[in-house]
Each structure stands twice: as C-alpha cells, then as structure tokens.
Design a protein around this ligand. Structure first.
Ligand code: ADP
Ligand code: MG
Length: 271
C-alpha cells in the first residue's frame, strides 16, 4: 500500500467515526472499518507511552487503542488551542463536548475538566477558556496537552467495564451499572480474565440491576449480545497487553442496538 492510500483510508476512517457519532444511529458493532495495518497500533501507543515514562494514557489515547482493538468508542480528537477546538467542534458537529486532555489528570470532572452540550462555536470558545482557568486553579502544575473534542453521544443506559490486577489471580474484569448506581450501590460483577463466553453472559445477568438492562416495565432492552461481545473483546485486549495495569471504561452508553465507550482511562504498569 502506498502512503497516499493509507492517508486517504485514514481520512475515510475518521469521517466514518465522526458521522457515526454525530448521527447516533449506530448499528450493532458500530465500528468503522479498521485502518489498514492498524491492528498493532494500540500496542505501539501503549509501548511508546510506557517507554516515555508515562503511566496514564489520556482519554484520546485510551479510546484510540480501544478503537484499534475493535471496541466501539465515541471519537475524541485532540485540539491544542482554543481556535483548534472551535474548528474541530465544527467538524464533529454540535452539540459538542470538551474534556481536558492531560497526562496527569485521571478524573476530569473533579477538576472542572468536562464541558457538555456546547451548542455552537461561541459556547465552545467560552467553555475552552473557562475550563483552562478552572483546571489551572485546581491542578496547578498539571501537564496539559489540550482538549479532547467530541460530539455529544445520545443518552443511553450507563454501564461500566473495567480491569484491575489481583496480586494472586492477575487481571480481573469488572462489569456493572454506571453513573450514580455504581458509586452508591456497588452493583458490579467480577471474573478472572480471560473470560469465557459463559463468564461474560453470567456476569451481566448476575448484577442486581439486570432487569434495567433487559427491558424493565416496557422500556427497550439494551443490546445484551453487544455487551457480551465487548466484554470478551476487552478480555482479549488486556490479555494481549500485559503492560496495562488498570482500565476503566466509565461510562459506556448502551442502546437497544449497540453500545459505545464514552470515557476511557488506561493506566500502565510501573516497570
Ligand atoms: P471523568 O470520568 O474523567 O470525570 P467523563 O468523560 O466520564 O469524565 O465525563 C463525565 C460525564 O460526562 C460522563 O459520566 C457522561 O455522563 C458525560 N459525558 C462525557 N462525555 C460525553 C459525551 N461525549 N456525550 C455525552 N455525555 C458525555
Ligand atoms: Mg468517566
């Protein structure tokens, strides 16, 4: 493949992901075709961040390596100035979202680093300044790469998926209901990786909130097959990448016909 072909394909790939997020009519498995030769790209990003002595992948980097592994994410494009953020928001469409992109801020909302539902270019521009002021006040000394610009995802049922390492059992996968429910009720299920198909099916069904996923009182059921499939993909993903120490997808929005990762955080091993 020629370099120019690869560039054309990458542009098509980004356009596909952007329009998918904007139109929000994502079909099952709403992953745009992978870019040619990108299957190892996630590994390269992880290795290069680790080699650079960093332990926290930004949201943009985390979503990139997940998307490379075929796990659907909302696109997140890095902009390093107010002007660039405005330009990118025009491309991704409104309402837009800005999030702080920093190599040492793990919880963005805690430092005023998430601005949702920005209706137009003016709102993006103002939110950029307000966010930079808030982050500078609450996290002096943080290394800021810029902002992650993305489209607002349509509302869905909020889920969480994650991985942490147990000293005895190694990687353990977590699944649960997201948002306030996960914080207050701790309604989560765990399985040792790698997951079997049965593990994935069981952990979804054993949380107390399962009826909420399965169409409680006439509400649409979420696409449980897509959740199972992505838990299995996530299991394979962490299994192939021992440098990952911790992974947190919170929230994942689930719909009746698909799901998408809205926020992602990947932490690497020290040594
Ligand atoms: P953090 O967890 O680092 O504080 P998040 O990226 O999870 O930041 O953003 C906080 C909340 O904002 C999320 O839980 C979600 O409800 C909402 N949110 C974030 N990104 C989007 C998006 N692209 N579309 C819709 N809602 C979003
Ligand atoms: Mg989050």
């Amino acid at each position: 493949m020629q370099a120019s072909d690869a560039r054309v394909d990458r542009t098509a790939h980004l356009k596909c992901r952007e329009s998918r997020d904007r139109d929000s009519i994502a079909p099952v498995n709403d992953v745009c075709d992978p870019e040619p030769g990108e299957s190892m790209a996630g590994n390269d990003t992880i290795a290069s961040v680790h080699d650079a002595g960093r332990r926290l992948l930004t949201e943009v980097e985390s979503k990139q390596v997940l998307a490379d592994a075929g796990i659907p994410t909302t696109s997140a494009i890095l902009a390093s100035s107010r002007e660039e953020a405005v330009k990118v928001s025009r491309d991704v469409g409104f309402p837009a979202v800005l999030k702080i992109a920093s190599t040492n801020i793990a919880h963005k909302s805690d430092v005023g680093g998430v601005r949702l539902n920005l209706a137009d270019e003016d709102e993006v521009s103002q939110a950029y300044d307000a966010m930079m002021d808030a982050v500078a006040a609450s996290s002096p000394g943080a290394e800021i790469q810029g902002v992650s610009v993305q489209a607002m995802a349509r509302p869905g049922i909020e889920l969480v998926m994650g991985m942490s390492k147990d000293p005895q059992f190694g990687p353990v996968l977590m699944f649960g209901l997201g948002g306030v429910l996960v914080e207050v009720l701790k309604d989560v299920a765990f399985r040792i990786a790698p997951l079997t198909t049965r593990d994935a099916a069981d952990m979804i069904r054993e949380i107390k909130g399962f009826p909420v996923l399965n169409g409680y009182r006439g509400q649409d059921a979420i696409d449980i097959a897509a959740v199972e499939e992505n838990l299995l993909k996530l299991s394979g993903f962490v299994d192939e990448r021992p440098l990952i120490k911790e992974l947190d997808l919170n929230p994942v929005f689930a719909y009746s016909e698909s799901l998408t990762v809205v926020d992602a955080r990947i932490v690497l091993e020290d040594a």
